[in-house]
Ligand binder design. Structure first.
Ligand code: ADP
Length: 492
């Protein structure tokens, strides 16, 4: 089977924008299948498989029930529909008790993981495997290939190999190795997994059952979301204990940098902005900054450097380094537009700074799509000093929106942002600022360096232009995924 023929791909995921989103996985799951299906080289069709959370069921277009099926003791209804923003096929798994809850896909309103996550995502994985088997309720549509994503679908390749003996090829995409789906061994029998495979060459992981380890072990091929992260995860520093297995499988591991959905993230057409702008009409960005400062209650001042942050607030993102250095930057006239939730102590630190300096610091918690677009467009620069970053999307949005990112040298940040130096300025490849070491002193120096460059409008416009002109759409990533699909199907 090659991609010249009618290639059938099942894309199993626990979130996909615009149906449901908690982070970058949703962006990828929303954009990659769409980009693949629009490639002229791609002859085939893709279906997304996703849990039927309330938001998914509410947004699914043209829903039609096509099967009722029991897996792992759970009665599930399979509903075929379309994505809200495209004609892409979606299969939603409806099981009210498992998925239709008040709270997030993985946790309740207080951020506590749902206690039955093992079951909820084993059902997703088990159904993914069934859809790739002879017993599939989709009689005329057996996938040639399944792309699984992160731990939530990590058990699918195990069920395919161990239970369904599926001939469908499998790829596990790792979007963040830090989330491993580890559960108590009592789940093994409850999830109908063969106990004999609870071993190092199987799904055992430091005395627990790991969904991610299962995926890494049983999938035919592995990929991750940037070339640098593909190398990093084979080391002790970034491997989270999986480095040995990943190194052993390095021949099957590819890194493909994510793109961005240019329908969603394009300053020239972005519906969230008061004024659209582009590389050749960059002046419109000023109006967005003005409106953002007004909306956030910051002092309206075009001459104040406005720094943006939109992020989960976790150790990974390195933003705990900010509160210490912000007073110094505030003294220098900087403003901050922050949107993020997570670590409560860090939320509190940002809130305290916003209370002390209301004209210069704005802090919003919660998830706000509209505000995130306006921060990306209205700020002068974007701060992202991650300790590790599989790909990262915000720095890519920063490039597209003429908001140069200030990033650390890791994962996808290293693959997408070129620091400013004599050479990169000369050959017009400079797109942002790289923090040498992830510590507060180094971050402060880099932000101050960025502000100094920002004051030179000619150089700054060139840096904005360099980023805005780069092709970071999904097209080129989709071509690389297609090549990976072909490689997987031909067993190379
Ligand atoms: P991660 O997936 O590790 O959280 P990424 O940079 O890959 O980080 O993707 C994060 C995505 O989630 C981006 O699209 C970002 O704009 C969005 N995002 C993060 N926090 C918020 C928030 N509080 N409100 C709106 N969007 C957010």
């Amino acid at each position: 089977m090659t991609c010249e023929n009618n290639l059938r791909v099942l894309f199993a995921t626990s979130e996909a924008h615009p149906l449901i989103k908690t982070g970058g996985l949703a962006d990828v799951s929303g954009a990659l299948p769409k980009a693949l299906s629009q490639l002229k080289q791609f002859k085939g069709d893709i279906k997304i498989l996703i849990p039927g959370y309330s938001a998914v069921l509410a947004k699914l277009k043209s829903p039609q029930t096509f099967a009722n099926i029991e897996v792992l003791g759970q009665n599930c209804t399979l509903i075929a529909g379309k994505m809200p923003d495209s004609s892409l096929d979606v299969i939603a798994i409806q099981n009210t008790a498992l998925y239709e809850r008040t709270g997030g896909p993985y946790s309740d309103g207080n951020g506590m993981d749902w206690p039955d996550n093992a079951l909820r995502f084993a059902v997703l994985s088990r159904l993914a495997s069934l859809l790739c088997s002879k017993n599939s309720p989709l009689k005329n549509w057996q996938p040639d290939l399944i792309q699984c994503n992160d731990w939530q679908t990590g058990l699918a390749p195990a069920y395919m190999k161990l239970v369904d003996k599926s001939t469908t090829k499998s790829i596990l995409s790792i979007h963040n190795l830090a989330f491993q789906g580890c559960f108590d061994t009592s789940w093994i029998s409850k999830l109908a997994l063969p106990v004999a495979q609870y071993q190092i060459d199987g799904f055992e992981y430091y005395g627990q059952l790991s969904f991610l380890k299962a995926g890494i072990f049983y999938a035919d091929k592995l990929c991750t979301v940037s070339p640098t992260y593909a190398q990093e995860i084979q080391t002790e520093k970034f491997g989270f204990g999986m480095q040995g297995l990943l190194k052993a499988r390095s021949g099957d591991l590819t890194g493909i940098l994510n793109g961005i959905d240019t329908q969603e993230w394009n300053p020239a057409t972005d519906m969230h902005l008061i004024k659209n702008y582009s590389n050749s009409r960059i002046a419109g960005k000023k109006a967005v900054k003005h409106a953002l400062q007004q909306h956030l209650g910051l002092q309206i001042d075009a001459a104040a450097p406005l720094l943006g942050i939109v992020s989960r607030l976790t150790y990974q993102k390195g933003l705990d380094l900010m509160p210490e250095i912000m007073p110094k930057l505030i003294q220098q006239g900087c403003q901050f537009a922050i949107l993020g939730s997570g670590d409560k102590a860090l939320e509190a630190s940002f809130n305290t700074l916003a209370e002390h300096y209301p004209a210069q610091v704005s802090m919003n918690t919660g998830y706000h799509e509209h505000l995130s677009h306006n921060i990306m467009a209205g700020c002068d620069m974007f701060v992202m000093p991650s300790r590790f970053e599989p790909c990262g999307l915000n720095q890519l949005y920063g490039l597209a929106y003429g908001t140069p990112p200030i990033v650390s040298l890791t994962g996808g940040l290293a693959d997408s942002v070129r620091d400013i130096n004599e050479l990169s300025l000369k050959n017009n490849t400079a797109t942002g600022f790289v923090v040498k070491n992830v510590n507060s002193a180094s971050l402060l120096v880099t932000i101050e360096r960025a502000i100094n460059v920002w004051k030179d409008k000619k150089i700054w416009h060139q840096i904005q232009k360099n980023g805005m002109q780069r092709n970071i759409s999904w097209d080129s990533s989709a071509i690389n995924y297609l090549a990976l699909y072909e490689k997987t199907l031909s067993n190379n």
